[in-house]
Design a protein around this ligand. Structure first.
Ligand code: NAD
Length: 360
C-alpha cells in the first residue's frame, strides 16, 4: 500500500515525539512492504517564526495532498501574552477546519505495567479500555456571536453554544460505528436537563439509534459522566459528546493512563470512497516547554497516534495491533520515561522509540 504521510512536528516536545513516531512508521512500512512517502511541513510557533502565520498556505497545500497527517504539538511561551488570533494554537483550529475533521477520538486504555502510575486504585484502572469521541468543529468554541463588549460593570463576555442536526448526526454515527466494531456499547453524554443544544443532541441520537440496533445505547448527563469516569471507568466502551464536554472529560483519561504523555488521538473527517477516514493524528499533550529539549518527553502518545493512523486512515488493523503490542512489550520490560515515575533511571524519548522499533 502507498502511505502518503505529512508530518507537522510543531513546537517544543512535538518535534521530539514525532521523530520517534516516524521511526516506528518506517519500521512498519519496511516490515509489511508498504511504500512510505513522508513530507514535512510547518505549523504553530515555528511557522510564525519562518512565515509570519501559524498555518501557512504552503502547509495547507501539503495537508490537502496527504492521505494522513501526523502532528506533534504547538505552542511557545513567548506567545503566551499575544492576541488569540496571533498564537501558534490558532494553527490547530485552521488545520482542523481545512481537513474537515469533525470527530476527535481519544482512546484511553490501561497498561498492566503502568497501573501504579495512576493515582486511582489498581482495581479501578485495570482493564480500562474506552474511546471518547469529541465533536470537533462546532459548539461553544466556534459559535457566534462571541467576544467582549461594553465597559465597567456592564462589560460582557459572550460565547454561543450552537449545533445543527447535521453536525450532531455525523459525529454520533461515527460513535455508533466505532462501538459496533468494539464491545457494542455507546454512551451519549449531554446536559439535556439544562441546555437546548443537548435536547436536540439527545433527540438526534434517539432517531439514529434504530440504525444501530446491535449497539446498546445509554444517555448520561455530563456531570454524572465526570464522576463515573473515576468511580467506574470500566463500564465505558465508546462515549460521544460535544466539543466542550469532550475537551474537559478527555483529560480525565490522563489520570487513568498514568500520564498525559501516554494518550494518542485521531481526528477524523469524511470517509473516502475506499471506506477509510481522512485523518489528523496527534498526541493529546501540548508542547510542554518545561521539559522541551531534554529528552524527557514520553513519545507513546505520538507512537499510539501512528497505530491509530494505520488503523483508521489506512485500514491496516494487523500493523496497528503490532505497534500496540510492541508498546506494551516495552512497558512490560520496565522501560518508561520520567513522567511515569520509574523506580530506576528513566528512559529517554529516543530510547523509548528505539525500543518500540526493536520490539516490532
Ligand atoms: P502540556 O500538555 O504541554 O504539559 C502539561 C504537563 O504535562 C507539563 O508538566 C508537561 O511537562 C507534561 N507533559 C506533557 N506531555 C508530556 C509527555 N509527552 N511526556 C512527559 N510529560 C509530558 O500542556 P500545557 O503546559 O498546558 O501547555 C504547553 C503549551 O502547549 C501551551 O502553549 C499550550 O497552548 C500548548 N498546547 C498545545 C496542544 C496541541 O498542540 N494540541 C495541546 C495542549 C496544549
Amino acid at each position: 500500500m502507498n502511505l502518503n504521510v505529512l508530518v507537522l512536528p510543531g513546537d517544543g516536545i512535538g518535534t521530539e515525539v514525532t521523530r520517534e513516531a516516524v521511526k516506528v512508521l518506517r519500521v512498519v512500512a519496511e516490515k509489511w512492504g508498504h511504500q512510505l512517502t513522508i513530507r514535512e511541513g510547518l505549523l504553530g510557533g515555528i511557522a510564525i517564526h519562518k512565515t509570519g502565520t501559524p498555518f501557512p498556505a504552503e502547509t495547507e497545500k501539503l495537508v490537502m495532498d496527504a492521505d494522513a497527517v501526523l502532528m506533534g504539538a504547538v505552542g511557545l511561551p513567548e506567545f503566551d501574552n499575544v492576541a488569540p488570533e496571533k498564537r501558534p494554537e490558532r494553527g490547530l483550529l485552521g488545520i482542523r477546519r481545512a481537513m474537515g475533521v469533525f470527530a476527535n477520538l481519544r482512546p484511553v486504555r490501561s497498561y498492566k505495567a503502568l497501573l501504579d502510575a495512576s493515582p486511582l486504585k489498581n482495581e479501578l484502572v485495570d482493564g480500562v479500555d474506552f474511546i471518547i469521541v469529541r465533536e470537533l468543529l462546532g459548539g461553544l468554541y466556534y459559535g457566534t456571536p462571541r467576544g467582549i463588549t461594553g465597559s465597567g460593570p456592564e462589560e460582557r463576555g459572550t460565547n454561543t453554544m450552537t449545533y445543527t442536526r447535521a453536525e450532531i448526526d455525523r459525529v454520533v454515527r461515527m460513535g455508533f460505528e466505532l462501538a459496533r466494531k468494539r464491545r457494542k456499547k455507546l454512551t451519549s453524554v449531554d446536559k439535556s436537563n439544562v441546555l437546548e443544544t443537548s435536547q436536540l443532541w439527545r433527540k438526534v441520537v434517539l432517531e439514529i439509534a434504530p440504525d444501530y440496533s446491535d449497539v446498546t445505547l445509554e444517555h448520561l448527563i455530563v456531570d454524572t459522566t465526570a464522576m463515573q469516569l473515576v468511580l467506574n471507568p470500566k463500564r465505558f466502551d465508546v462515549l460521544v459528546m460535544d466539543n466542550m464536554f469532550g475537551d474537559i472529560l478527555s483529560d480525565e483519561g490522563a489520570v487513568l493512563a498514568g500520564s498525559i504523555g501516554m494518550l494518542p488521538s485521531a481526528s477524523l473527517g469524511a470517509k473516502k470512497a475506499s471506506g477509510v477516514w481522512t485523518g489528523l493524528y496527534e498526541p493529546v499533550h501540548g508542547s510542554a516547554p518545561d521539559i522541551a529539549g531534554q529528552g524527557k518527553a514520553n513519545p507513546f502518545g505520538a507512537i499510539g497516534s501512528v497505530a491509530a493512523m494505520l488503523e483508521y486512515s489506512f485500514g491496516l488493523g494487523e500493523e496497528a495491533a503490532a505497534v500496540t503490542r510492541a508498546m506494551e512489550q516495552v512497558l512490560n520490560s520496565g522501560k518508561v520515561t520520567a513522567d511515569l515515575r520509574p523506580s530506576g533511571t528513566p528512559a529517554t524519548t529516543e530510547q523509548m522509540g528505539e525500543s518500540v522499533c526493536q520490539a516490532l
